[in-house]
Write a protein that binds this ligand. Structure first.
Ligand SMILES: Nc1ncnc2c1ncn2[C@@H]1O[C@H](COP(=O)(O)OP(=O)(O)OP(=O)(O)O)[C@@H](O)[C@H]1O
Ligand SMILES: O=P(O)(O)OC[C@H]1O[C@](O)(CO)[C@@H](O)[C@@H]1O
Ligand SMILES: [Mg+2]
Length: 342
């Protein structure tokens, strides 16, 4: 059998570990081989392929990023390119395609599957917002990095009696803000799931200083928004792929907070540092198990499926179900922060 692989969407630590696991499992367990397509779906549309064998995946377990490269391609090009993608897959003798990506890549994968292309999906994303799996790899690494950064901000904030706002990634879901905020003892967490009220944020900050505390740490997802009519947030429009362009919610909240409370505010935007570098041991293991089980699923004919973590076991879920909705932070999880914030 020949397996085709590609990595789509934003990169994340662990993608290379999946590639290594797919190649090793295919070669060692099945005597199969693997071909990689460069830069996500673009590699399939442009017939940009590279063979992947065991020497090629040496030392990949710990390496961040993806040796295949990743890219975003307008969804219309995917839909118009069905015939072309079939041709390229046939030309390379690919029996099953294993796309590794977030909800966008997997939506395209589910659609290809519905068109009869044999596909087994692997979920990745630091945002942890893919439904059907308890976790995605990349998330643990991003949370660890963010936690370390927030730990460091506590001391400098205290020295200057400042409010430190940290903006973390999380377009639609606040998992990184929730977990890094909880892990680092943040006093305030704002996620995209619950629009924030600037008045409440001001009250929290003022009350905390009045109680004699010397600093405030707030963690804010990049995709957070104010409650309508409470404070303005600049509109950045949409990018060429239809994604909302962010305009820096933490900076804007900080300016408003400083104006209203008179407290000194500083803002740190963590950005792509959360996605760079080596995966944590947890993500290395999860990525390896996803690659292993995706390859087994491909050989056993379980196509149209996505590998998923259920508890401690790796399961298969229909791709169409996994992409039907995003896994956002439920109110019950946000409620758990109440005892620790303020
Ligand atoms: N609805 C769709 N139909 C077909 N193809 C799509 C669709 N949505 C996304 N894609 C394809 O998948 C690619 C990756 O999607 P996207 O940029 O959202 O990244 P992702 O895989 O969701 O990862 P990330 O977590 O970084 O968002 C897109 O560039 C596009 O080519
Ligand atoms: O790398 P880009 O294209 O700026 O994308 C950033 C987005 O990708 C992610 O890192 C992963 O989905 C999001 O958290 C973030 O909004
Ligand atoms: Mg996406």
């Amino acid at each position: 059998m020949r397996i085709g692989v590609l990595t789509g969407g934003g990169d994340c630590p662990g993608l290379n570990a999946v590639l290594r696991a797919v190649v090793r499992t295919a070669e060692k367990q099945y005597g199969s081989d693997v071909v990689g397509f460069r830069n996500g779906w673009r590699g399939l549309l442009d017939d940009d392929a590279m063979p992947l064998d065991r020497p090629m995946v040496h030392n990949l377990l710990t390496r961040g990023g993806t040796i295949l490269g990743s890219a975003r391609v307008a969804p219309e090009k995917i839909r118009d390119g069905l015939g072309r993608m079939r041709e390229v897959l046939d030309a390379h003798g690919v029996d099953v395609l294993v796309p590794i990506g977030g909800e966008g890549t997997l939506t395209a994968a589910a659609w290809l599957s519905s068109e009869g292309v044999p596909v087994v999906g692997v979920p990745k994303t630091i945002d942890n917002d893919i439904d059907g799996t308890d976790l995605t790899f990349g998330f643990d690494t991003a949370v660890s990095i963010a936690t370390d950064m927030i730990d460091r901000l506590h001391t400098t904030a205290e020295s200057h009696q400042r409010v430190l706002l940290v903006e973390v990634m999380g377009r639609h879901a606040g998992w990184i803000a929730l977990n890094s905020g909880m892990a680092a003892g943040a006093h305030l967490m704002i996620t995209p799931e619950e629009p924030f009220d600037i008045e409440e944020v001001c009250e929290l900050v003022t009350a905390r200083f009045e109680r004699g505390h010397r600093h405030v740490i707030g963690v804010i997802s990049e995709g957070a928004t104010p409650k309508p009519g409470t404070m303005p947030l600049r509109d950045g429009g949409l990018d060429e792929f239809g994604h909302r362009r962010f305009t820096g919610v933490a900076q804007q909240l900080g300016e408003e907070l400083e104006r209203r409370t008179g407290k000194e505010v500083r803002t740190t935007v963590l950005g792509h540092v959360q996605r760079g570098g080596t995966p944590t041991s947890f993500d290395r293991v999860l990525a390896t198990r996803f690659g292993l089980h995706a390859t087994i699923a491909a050989h056993e004919g379980h196509v149209g499926q996505m590998v998923a973590l259920h508890g401690t076991e790796i399961a298969l879920v229909p791709l169409a179900d996994a992409v039907a909705r995003l896994k956002t932070v439920p109110p019950s999880r946000l409620g758990e922060t109440t005892a620790f914030t303020g």
